[in-house]
Design a protein. Sequence first.
Length: 298
Amino acid sequence: MNKDQVMLGIAPIAWTNDDLPELGSQNTFEQCISEMALAGYAGSEVGNKYTKDIMILKQQLKIRNLQICNAWFSTHFTTKTVDEVVADFIKHRDFLYEMGAKVIGVSEQGNSVQGKEISIYKNKPTYTNEQWQLVINGFNRLAELAQEKDMKLCVHHHMGTGVQTEEEIDYLMNNSNENVYLLYDSGHLYFSEKNQDSVDRVLQKHIKRIAHVHLKDIRSDILLKVENEDWSFLKGVKEGVFTIPGDGCISFDKIFETLNEFSYTGWMVVEAEQDPAKANPFEYAVAARKFIREKTGL
């Protein structure tokens, strides 16, 4: 891969989990970004312990030679008015713009079950035609607002939401405007579809509209328990369903090959969404960095 086109980052979720604050509660912001830098990464997404003071955050990142590449934004087009969502989005957009980020990752959370203690597979929401229209119109609007700052809106397909499956991703991409991009996540796609073919196929189908990439792997034995024992998404995370690239059942060869073939430009972000008490964040960050370097030359 071209080092001038692709930058490698890592998400703070391995150190401190936004959805499960008890995971990594003892880990500090300074420890998190220092270990990211030491492990050889160029950037980071924004976590719950990151200060929102732009000057302080820039200073803390600069001395470690790190950049901010993205930060999660929850939309609620199925439960709130467009004006409410837009007002919150503009604040979020402007913060990321000041931090130098070029993409904004969003996920529709109005009727998401990802944070509920119920079976993630059995209770997944499915949008009605009316809900699809609300969500797509909403994303189209946010994409315009992102474009005002020369930024790209990226929809994160995510477990427990109405944009989760391969079919739903296809529907979104086929019915939204061209400036609505996809945040491709290897781990969430395998979690949803439970097969390598979908992981590879979604990337190939939508590569021209993929503007941000999350790299994470799946432990197949834990995934089986999530399905067979009706676990919630958060229980799956706590029990270790996710891991770093190269440590699970996903093959990344075709993923890296496709990104390289189509000259993907942007960030690839490692996500090791695990309990840091069980999986040392720094050790896993180093292992993921080594794996990606060996596979891509980055």
